[in-house]
Design a binder for this molecule. Sequence first.
Ligand code: F0G
Length: 433
Amino acid sequence: MKRQLKCVECGSTYPLEEKRLRCDCGGLLDVQLDMDGAPSAAELATTFETRLSSLLPQDLSGVWRYRELVLEVCPEDLVTFPEGRTNLYELDPVPPGLTALWAKHEGENPTGSFKDRGMTAAVSWARHQGARALICASTGNTSASLAAYGARAHLPVFVLIPDGKIAQGKLAQALAYGAHTLQIEGSFDDAMHAVEEMATTHNLTVVNSLNPFRLEGQKTIILDSFFQLGQMLPDWIVVPGGNLGNTSAFGKALIEMKALGLIDRVPRLAVIQAEGASPFARAAQRDFRHFESMKPETIATAIRIGNPVNYTKAVRAIRFTDGVVTSVTDAEILQAKHDLDRQAIGCEPASAATLAGLRRLMREQIVHAGESALLIITGNLLKDPDTTIALATGQTAALGVSGSAALDACVNEPRRVPSTPEAIARIIEETLA
Ligand code: F0G
């Protein structure tokens, strides 16, 4: 299928091979798929399903399996682990009122977050274009993912992260995989600004979600879910919102799936932000007439973002899906994280914003009785051990979470015991009594 770059603001088009991050007018670019001559929905579905039994790396990947709708790159340029093909779990019990609740665990990707889906697309395209070096700004997961894919591609990697505001697991990955790691005195938004400024002047390939090829990879979260659910999607898809890359990619996936006839009915997107980093939720309250950035603060460091670069595409996604945007407190996020963790879904705080947000939308009767929902669990529990241990040991107040008293029931502290079998047996029996 033919593709070109198209500006989402003014509609200008550019050849796919042109190296540019934005349109001349400053607008964001889309990889636009030419739907003329596209295979039928049935043909596409058969092709995608048939690849499930293939052992080729491009078929084993839960991204490249859908390559007709992602990007066509020759196999020598592919940088794939492979990624994707994450599990989709049914939550038990289903919250009263809902007909079903599923969780798509993107934390099961090779580097532990959904970023790998976009990164395989962006880094493969960068290799195809003969990139000199790769760069990103990150709250942690993008840098971990880029470090890994850059290492596999034998390309130098620079990552800019906000000083002291990145979860330990993510920093450990970037350092271990050999990324040149620059901790900047400032927030993610400052880092993002710096990356964009330098990219063109220093011939660096930016792989943040500003890069339209990354979003093509992230669309496959929706495609994968659709096929795992037996070619259907639920009433609601609930996703955390930070830089709004996923929101944008999901909107684009749904626009294309509808145009291709893979779906008739479009599910509604629910984007959930942390209250302290909720510029998109605030803009939604004003029906997107006015956007104001904010100084972000939240325990969910992955989504500690005050000026999301994908704003325009995310507004398109909300409009197309009749979506909603809301925000939740850090205490609500931690409560939801505890509840997901106890189902052994296990996630980092940003991912738990989905369940917290769904609960809020049910209380507000925006999500109705009789509907079904899918939570996108964006990152693995092991990414942020400090927050998980603070929650288990009742230390969340020390992390600045207000309303922490409500989290007392989440405590599950290790107990010190003598090493004698009698002492250990006594505790086991007391616990089981
Ligand atoms: N959840 C997790 C675990 C994330 O790492 C991110 C973003 C998001 C949700 C938000 O996704 O930006 O598409 O709205 N992390 C980026 C990073 C910003 O640098 O790792 P988004």
